[in-house]
Design a protein. Structure first.
Length: 351
């Protein structure tokens, strides 16, 4: 007979998912994990520990690897890769027990924890409650609603009037990101604005709290904009205004040909050493650390979002002092080491 002594909650964040504790009077247990299409994706056999002890099965890291975020690209983008449901089955030859769990990639705090309540009331974003944004900045808010909701924006326009618009419907039980690019929002709102608040509603009930974004037409010369998958499974933007240093290098291979040494290959390398600038608040510091720990990051380069990797970043804070940090990143596509050559597109027509 099998007894599930401890199991994950019905809904979990992957890296805070509790371990399974299983007891059985048989010598071994088969564990099978099925995806939502009823395909067996994991099948393992475990030998039971001595009598009186429970079998512990850790799945948090394994399931976290199966989940990945896809970069939003639409007005309302649905991400089916970052949250999935699994059927976990235990079979000792005498008894079978099934347990169904839904898991979203990320970590909030150790469970047990009211994940459903957290998702119901919060955006999956660490961006501060009030932020300053610029025209071309990629900007998204991500949510996992349990009911169908409407994403809304309420803006204070430049002429002093208030305007409320619908941004799009968000379906229940899906991770979705709404596009809030500040330049695009001028078109959505039908004019220039000072700031806009974003929230979701179910009928007349607000389901996700307000986030406010002030529009700024000032962009710091040294500023760099990054988009990254945060610890909650949402997409956040981080603008860092510190100095940057472009670093071009090449790894050269040479050989002797007819007694002459010649180059026969070169691997171009391009990296950027970036300073964060001053960390302005505790919210800003938390977001910077979250950016360093992310495994999916993009940098706005030549008008496009390019995937990047970091080189062992480190951020040390001295309490009571203004702080900042340096880090080095490079592009996943090494061909970005070749700069643009400055030619006008052949199809450009100037009249």
């Amino acid at each position: 007979m099998i007894e599930i002594v401890q199991a994950p909650q019905t809904f979990n964040f992957s890296l805070s998912m509790p371990d399974y504790l299983i007891s059985s009077d048989q010598a071994s247990i088969d564990m099978r994990i099925f995806d939502d299409a009823e395909n067996v994706i994991i099948s393992e056999i475990y030998h039971m520990p001595p009598v009186g002890q429970n079998l512990m099965i850790k799945l948090s890291r394994l399931i976290d690897i199966m989940l990945a975020g896809s970069r939003p690209e639409d007005d309302i983008s649905v991400d089916d890769t970052i949250v999935k449901s699994f059927l976990v089955q235990f079979d000792d030859g005498d008894d079978i027990k099934n347990n169904t769990i839904t898991v979203i990639k990320g970590f909030v705090r150790r469970q047990p924890f009211d994940v459903n309540g957290f998702l119901r009331d919060n955006w999956l974003n660490l961006v501060p409650q009030v932020s300053e944004v610029t025209f071309h900045q990629p900007l998204y808010l991500t949510a996992y609603p349990f009911v169908d909701v409407m994403a809304m924006a309420k803006a204070r326009m430049k002429d002093g009037t208030d305007k409320t618009v619908e941004l799009g419907a968000m379906a229940a039980n899906k991770v979705q990101s709404v596009d809030l690019n500040p330049g695009r929002m001028i078109q959505v709102l039908g004019g220039d604005y000072e700031y806009f608040d974003v929230y979701t509603v179910q009928g007349s009930v607000i389901r996700n709290g307000y986030k406010r974004f002030y529009f700024s037409d000032r962009f710091v010369y040294n500023a760099d904009t990054f988009l990254y998958l945060n610890r909650l499974g949402g997409w956040d933007t981080l603008v860092l205004i510190g100095e940057r240093q472009d670093q071009n290098a090449g790894t050269i291979s040479t050989g002797l040909f007819d007694e002459f040494e010649k180059e026969f290959n070169q691997v171009p390398g391009y990296s950027v050493q970036k300073n964060s600038g001053f960390i302005r608040s505790e919210e800003h510091r938390r977001q910077c650390i979250d950016f360093l720990y992310s495994t999916q990051r993009y940098h706005v380069h030549e008008g496009a979002l390019r995937p990047i990797v970091l080189s062992n970043p480190e951020f040390n804070k001295v309490k009571g002092e203004l702080s900042g940090f340096n880090f080095t990143f490079r592009y996943s596509d090494q061909k970005v080491a070749y700069p643009e050559i400055g030619l006008s597109p052949y199809h450009l027509i100037i009249e």
